[in-house]
Structures are given as structure tokens and as C-alpha cells.
Design a binder for this molecule. Structure first.
Ligand SMILES: Nc1ncnc2c1ncn2[C@@H]1O[C@H](COP(=O)(O)OP(=O)(O)OP(=O)(O)O)[C@@H](O)[C@H]1O
Ligand SMILES: [Mg+2]
Length: 473
């Protein structure tokens, strides 16, 4: 597409990536901060982890100020200490119009896209462009709608009489407008707004002058004043699209259809260059504002050295989001190298990052989180069951304890009990191993598992109990 016609039509890219991260965090609706960004002990589904949440609150402030971009934040801490949860809370607090993109480090290794292309797309999804546009609208109270159907039933024609307090006009209606009016169930007395460019009809409410005409109406009926002045008005509308959406819409091979399939393929760098230039122009002219959002890379230790160096570079770009990363690794090897570094993140990126730590929960915090989770899963726990789950959470992990809730609920349902009791949790605990017991089992029965060389000792191993034995033909 030529430079002059870069389109920003607000088609919505279907974002499936990251969906799988959400369910476990569905109880979280924000960071749980007060007006001074101080964490409340338990709010918006968030419990404890106060230091990390306060730090996340400051990042929220940075993002909302919109001036600061190209920073990297690393959330580091032991497994199931709420790193992903905090990122989800952050995304919920950002508010509309600030893009948030979540990917897992391993997602960039796909056969369809190169690593750098995946990362570029993730970066550009996290930059919002707020575009101001003037559109012409017709806004007024409907006086009469008259629709003539032709005898053959095909072509429809009609007239719309619409007024403001100062004037009244009759518009001829085509098929498309008639459909729109029918779909919106527009009646005489409604105040409507019609976008002249797209023909989109919006019902604003019912006119006050007609309020007496209705003796039966729902509580949701909204009354508005009949508009004053001219019927046709110019109105400024603001919509936010991500740089990535603009890329896709304007890339010649893909076109906007790719936004529906999500299959965008590689986007040529010339397209991106053109768009960058254009967006910079719009910014100069005051037509657009750049909104740096947040790119969250979970399990960042899964990235390799090339990806890390790409991120280093991308953070210095003109259009850079705030990059939040999370990892549970200590000193570990960076993929694609044979040297070790803290959190598996190379020193040069670590050096540019501010680091937030999460730590293990106290019993009280665990108990509160577990009961919030039970609530979320619509499971009822009695006090004993909750106490045991809390103890399990302390000795294994929060995630394992939380996972037992659903299982224990099924066990309780089987005995037709509405509330989960102590024996249900016990039973769930014996049926499903936590990682530690599983490791123990593997060690005790190492001979009956297939080893790295592909050797397996079927049946003859004295260690395995009868029902654990593998069957030989
Ligand atoms: N402070 C908290 N308040 C409420 N829920 C929490 C909190 N911390 C963790 N959770 C919940 O506990 C579960 C595990 O936490 P989460 O997935 O965030 O851990 P993580 O630190 O990302 O672990 P990992 O390193 O294994 O990825 C999730 O369901 C999460 O929503
Ligand atoms: Mg996580």
C-alpha cells in the first residue's frame, strides 16, 4: 500500500497467545493497591507479596505516565510465588487503551516464524497508537421511519425523518441503512447517531419529549435530550490500535484477513519502516499519540542468547514498550551458550533491568489465597479441609495445593457432599502426587522407567509393585 493510504481501520487481531496463562489467575482483577499505590493486604484477589506488588505499582505508574518506555523489569523468585499473578494484576490495572501482550519464552520457537519475527511482533503488539480522527455524523431524534417493500420482496426503499430542536430533515434510505435501523431496533422517539463514512448507527437513548408516551418500560431505558443545532456535526473520535495491527493491515501479502486467522506470517521490513515513518509524521502533526504498553515475557529463561540480544537492541528503539520478564531460575545456563548467569539471563540484559523479588508465602497468606481460589472454583471448603490444604501448600507448593481443590471437590461430589471435608483432601493428596513424591517414586522405581539410553527393564524389577508393572507382550 502506498504511504499516503496507511490504514488503521480498527479491526481486532485475535490474540490467542497467552490465553492459557489466564485460567489459573482468573481470581485476580488488579494489583490490589490503594490510591497511593500501597498494596492492601488482600484486595482484587491479590494477597501478600507486598514488596513485589509495591514495585509493580511503581511500574504501573511509569506505564500510565506514558513517557517512559524501553525499560526492562525482571520478576525473579521461587516457583508459584505469584510472579505470573503479579504480571496479570498489572495488566488488569493498566486500563483500556494501554496494550498488554503476554508471551511465554518458549512460544517464540515456532516453525512458522523466525525468533526475531515473533519477538518483533510481540514488541509491536505492545505499542499502542492513539489516533484522533474527525468524522461526520448525523445526530438527532427519529420522527418517523417509513419503509416500502417492493412487491417482489427484493429491493427495499425508505425514508427517515430526523430532527434536532432546531431543524428537521428527511433522508432517503438504501438497503444497508434499512438493515442497520432494523438491527438496532430504532423506533420513532429514539435519539440516534449515524456515522456518515461507515453508516454505523448508534442508539443514544429515548428522547425526553416522548417520555410520556411509554407506560411500560424496563429500568434500563435511557432518556436523553433531543440534540440541538445542526443535524450534521463533526466529531472527534479517538481509537487505539497497536503498531502490529497497522503492520498487518498494510502488508500487501497478508491484508486484513490475516487478522482474523491470526496467521500473519513474516511482515516485510519495508512495510514496517513505512509505517514507522508515517506514525512519526502523525505524531508531529498531533494526529496520533504513541502509547507504550507492556510486553510480558513469562519463563524468560527459555529464550536463547540471540533473542536476548534482540531484546537488548529493541529496548533502545524509538517505539519500545516496557518489557516485564519473569523467571524462577537461579544461576543457570543461558540457552545457546555454555556459560551460566543469574536467572539464565545474560549479564548485559540483567544490567539494564530493574529486578523485583518474590518470596515464599506465610501460612496465613497461603490460607487466604487458597480460600480465594476455592471461591473462584465455586468449591466450598470446611475449616479442617482448608487447614490441611494450607499445610500441604506450605510443604509442597501453592500451585499443587490449589490444584487439589478441584480434585477434592469431585471426590466430595461423589459422596454427594456439598462441602469439601478433611478426608476428601486426604484422598486427593494420596491420589495425586506432588513433585517431591513423584521424584521419590521415580528414584525408587528407576529400573522400570525408560532411561536416557532407551533401556527399560520390564516386569523383572523387584521394586515395582504388581499394579505398577509394565505389561510385556
Ligand atoms: N499473591 C497472590 N495472591 C493471589 N493469588 C496468588 C498470589 N500468588 C500466587 N497466586 C496464585 O497462585 C498460583 C501460582 O502463582 P503463579 O503462577 O503466579 O506463580 P509463579 O511465580 O509464576 O510460578 P512459576 O515460577 O512456577 O511460573 C496462581 O494460580 C496464582 O494466581
Ligand atoms: Mg509463572
Amino acid at each position: 500500500m502506498s504511504q499516503a493510504t496507511i490504514s488503521t481501520s480498527s479491526a481486532q487481531a485475535k490474540d490467542v497467545a497467552g490465553l492459557s496463562l489466564i485460567a489459573a489467575h482468573s481470581h485476580i482483577s488488579g494489583l490490589g493497591l490503594d490510591d497511593n499505590l500501597k498494596p492492601k493486604e488482600s484486595a482484587q484477589g491479590m494477597v501478600g507479596q507486598v514488596k513485589a506488588r509495591r514495585a509493580a505499582g511503581l511500574i504501573l505508574k511509569l506505564v500510565q505516565a506514558g513517557q517512559i518506555a524501553g525499560r526492562a523489569v525482571l520478576i525473579a523468585g521461587p516457583p508459584s510465588t505469584g510472579k505470573t499473578a503479579i504480571a496479570m494484576g498489572l495488566s488488569q490495572s493498566l486500563g483500556e487503551g494501554v496494550p498488554f501482550t503476554a508471551i511465554a519464552g518458549s512460544e517464540i520457537f515456532s516453525l512458522d516464524l523466525s525468533k526475531t519475527e515473533s519477538l518483533t511482533q510481540a514488541f509491536r503488539k505492545s505499542i499502542g497508537i492513539k489516533i484522533k480522527e474527525e468524522t461526520e455524523i448525523i445526530e438527532g431524534e427519529v420522527v418517523e421511519i417509513q419503509i416500502d417493500r417492493s412487491i417482489t420482496g427484493g429491493h427495499k426503499q425508505g425514508k427517515l425523518t430526523i430532527k434536532t430542536t432546531d431543524m428537521e430533515t428527511i433522508y432517503e434510505l438504501g438497503n444497508k441503512m434499512i438493515e442497520g435501523l432494523t438491527k438496532e431496533k430504532v423506533l420513532a422517539g429514539d435519539v440516534i447517531s449515524i456515522d456518515k463514512a461507515s453508516g454505523k448507527i448508534t442508539k443514544l437513548g429515548k428522547s425526553f419529549t416522548r417520555a410520556r408516551d411509554y407506560d411500560a418500560m424496563g429500568p434500563e431505558t435511557k432518556f436523553v435530550q433531543c440534540p440541538e443545532g445542526e443535524l450534521q456535526k463533526r466529531k472527534e473520535v479517538v481509537h487505539t490500535v497497536s503498531l502490529h495491527e497497522i503492520d498487518v493491515i498494510n502488508s500487501r501479502q497478508q491484508g486484513f484477513l490475516a487478522l482474523f486467522s491470526g496467521d500473519t506470517g513474516e511482515i516485510r521490513s519495508e512495510v514496517r519502516d513505512q509505517i514507522n515513518t508515517k506514525v512519526a509524521e502523525w505524531k508531529e502533526e498531533g494526529k496520533a499519540e504513541i502509547v507504550p504498553g507492556v510486553l510480558f515475557i513469562d519463563e524468560v529463561h527459555m529464550l536463547d542468547i540471540e533473542s536476548f540480544s534482540f531484546i537488548n537492541r529493541a529496548l533502545e528503539d524509538d517505539f519500545a514498550p516496557i518489557v516485564v520478564m519473569a523467571t524462577n531460575r537461579g544461576v543457570s545456563q543461558t540457552r545457546g551458550t555454555n556459560y551460566k548467569s543469574p536467572h539464565g539471563v545474560p549479564m548485559d540484559l540483567l544490567d539494564r533491568s530493574i529486578i523485583i523479588h518474590t518470596s515464599n508465602y506465610s501460612a496465613d497468606e497461603l490460607r487466604t489465597i487458597l480460600s480465594i481460589r476455592a471461591n473462584e472454583e465455586e468449591a466450598e471448603l470446611n475449616a479442617d479441609a482448608l487447614a490441611l490444604l494450607t499445610k500441604i501448600g506450605q510443604e509442597t507448593s501453592l500451585r499443587y495445593a490449589a490444584n487439589l481443590i478441584a480434585v477434592a471437590q469431585q471426590i466430595a461430589l461423589k459422596r454427594r457432599a456439598a462441602t469439601i471435608d478433611l478426608p476428601d483432601v486426604k484422598r486427593a493428596y494420596t491420589l495425586f502426587l506432588d513433585s517431591e513424591r513423584s521424584v521419590q517414586f521415580v528414584n525408587e522405581n528407576s529400573k522400570s522407567f525408560i532411561d536416557d539410553e532407551g533401556n527399560v527393564n520390564l516386569g523383572t524389577n523387584g521394586n515395582a509393585k504388581d499394579d505398577d508393572k509394565m505389561q510385556t507382550d
